[in-house]
Design a protein around this ligand. Structure first.
Ligand code: NI
Length: 171
């Protein structure tokens, strides 16, 4: 099932999501499948459950845009273990469509998470993948990437979004 993407302004995006405690259930497998489907449909490379209105600590990532099944990553209850280096490049979010900003982030990120069976694993990503790990974990903590840009830019985005909301052009 393809869910509509929840947009900035909806409180679910700024609420820390709930820890997943039951694994390998049909509901969890369905949620993960629906999240991949919804992400591909929206042309994103990552999606966190709050972005489809479900406040649970589940995120999916596929930077190959479904071209390489080996690049599909499921992160449940993820925790950042270690960050190294620096990178700055453009970042966007399906929940803040139409905006992209330069965001400074660490260059290499090690994350610890559970898979759909509840097994813990650790993995390290660099560049775009490091950015995705941080961006999605932020989502699960109720934080949007625009909190990492200057207050001036953030206010500008807020004002533009408010205008779009008034015009009924912001879901
Ligand atoms: Ni996002």
């Amino acid at each position: 099932m393809i869910y509509p993407i929840v947009k900035y302004g909806n409180p679910v995006l700024e609420t820390p999501a709930e820890t997943v405690t039951e694994f390998d259930t049909p509901e969890l497998h369905k949620l993960i499948a629906d999240m991949f489907e919804s992400m591909y449909s929206a042309h994103g490379l990552g999606l966190a459950a709050p972005q489809i209105g479900i406040s649970r600590r589940v995120a999916v990532i596929d930077k190959s845009d479904r071209q390489n099944p080996a690049e599909k990553i499921v992160l449940i209850n993820p925790e950042i273990v270690r960050v190294e280096g620096k990178q700055t490049s453009e970042e966007g979010c399906l929940s803040v469509p139409g905006f992209r900003e330069q965001v400074p982030r660490p260059k290499r990120v090690t994350i610890r998470a559970q898979n759909a069976k509840g097994e813990w694993f650790e993995t390290t990503g660099e560049e775009l993948l490091a950015r995705a790990f941080l961006h999605e974990t932020d989502h699960l903590n109720g934080r949007l990437y625009i909190t990492h840009v200057s207050m001036l830019k953030r206010d500008l985005i807020r004002r533009k979004v408010r205008k779009l909301q008034k015009a009924g052009e912001w879901g």
